[in-house]
Design a binder for this molecule. Sequence first.
Ligand code: ZN
Length: 287
Amino acid sequence: MKLIRFGASGQEQPGVELANGSRIDTSAFGEDYNERFFENNGLDRLEKWLETNQSSCPSISNDIRLGPPIARPSKIVCVGLNYAKHASESGMAVPGQPVLFFKASSSIIGPNDDVMLPMGSQKSDWEVELAVVIGKKTSHVLEEEAMEYVAGYMLHNDVSEREFQLEMEGQWVKGKSCDTFAPIGPYMVTKTEISDPHNLNLWLELNGEKIQNSSTSDFIFDIPQVVSYISRFMTLLPGDIISTGTPSGVGLGFDPPKYLKAGDIMELGIEGLGISRQKVVPFHKNA
Ligand code: ZN
């Protein structure tokens, strides 16, 4: 099943994208795709509900805006330097344990929304990533059992401001959490539809030029290792997002480095998880 959310920003309604690519409105099911939905076995209940109700769900035009496929989670936990070539292009050693950092959940936007350069940004950068969605609450989960706590997968662009992240003092979080820095979707694909999440091609094009192109088979730490490791330090809640790191080809790794400017177009995709596209726009103050 592919979960989508559609409509104006902040007023998204739940829906499903069918195997033939058409989209239907499932708001009659009565639940948004949030912590409570996942916690109460929403995926199974929705699937069952669709067996009898799918034909009466209104269809959605494909030109209606897609929002983030799940409601804002309690947290986004990111894994840094999880591909060896990316660690080396960043001038950092291959880590012995997963490198973890947070990304503010207020940075989440829809898959095709504009990415806004932060105020004063000179070094905004792109990162195509596989994001894992947690389906059940867990802490201290064993690697062997970790996949039972995964609900599904999404495409994520972990947009990053390198000056804020690496040149200012303190933690990476400042360069990761700016508004619009987490385009996710187009949809969340349920776990059972992806036969091997550790063998998916992922890529990103900047203005039509493919500059990231790798496979999740190159992970240093795989999904069970990462979920288990994170759960030693914090409770993972249903709907939480874990972003598994980016392969090489980010702007920081170019010589000289290459960063986003207004008007740029990022297009990215992961096999089985769809494609997203963001235009870069200058800073402007919202609300
Ligand atoms: Zn990242």
